[in-house]
Design a binder for this molecule. Structure first.
Ligand code: ATP
Length: 140
């Protein structure tokens, strides 16, 4: 059965998640305040919306609470990331994954109830370190 996801913010991280979810056959709605980003994804997703996610009415009107999983992939604007997550929580979204910029950001996200917090650069750095070490071990 197809799951319904929403991705908020279409930078490199959000865009990559979105493309992969589509590859996996999922239904994806995307929201970004930048129209160019939305146009880039409009042809591959089920619903592409230009909007500011800190506006509660935008999220409400999109029926965001009915999505099984919402990914907040807003990067630099920590305030927008936190406020968006808070609104999603208040609207009763079941599962929320958020990209964190730093440890302080993560602390606040945890406090307001984000289900899953990721640090893409840090997490990928760890994975690659493990990968290069295990490759070296196999080389011997
Ligand atoms: P990445 O590293 O994933 O490329 P980034 O950390 O540089 O991203 P930004 O470019 O700041 O992050 O934000 C990612 C996307 O989120 C951008 O396309 C931006 O337009 C969008 N965005 C930022 N704030 C909002 C908001 N309040 N509502 C909707 N979209 C937003």
């Amino acid at each position: 059965m197809k799951k319904e996801f929403a991705v908020i913010g279409l930078g490199r991280f959000g865009g990559s998640i979105c493309r992969e979810l589509i590859e996996l056959g999922m239904e994806v709605m995307v929201i970004d305040k930048n129209e160019e980003k939305i146009n880039e994804f409009a042809n591959i997703v089920s619903h592409a919306v230009v909007g500011n996610s800190v506006d509660e009415n935008v999220l409400k009107s999109l029926g965001i609470r009915n999505f099984e999983h919402v990914i907040v992939a807003i990067g630099l604007d920590i305030q927008a990331s936190i406020l968006t997550t808070l609104i999603l929580k208040e609207l009763g979204v079941k599962k929320i994954t958020v990209k964190a910029q730093n440890d302080y950001h993560e602390k606040v996200l945890k406090k307001i109830g984000a289900d899953h917090i990721v640090h893409p650069e840090r997490d990928m750095g760890k994975r690659i370190a493990h990968h290069v070490v295990s490759n070296n071990v196999l080389d011997y």
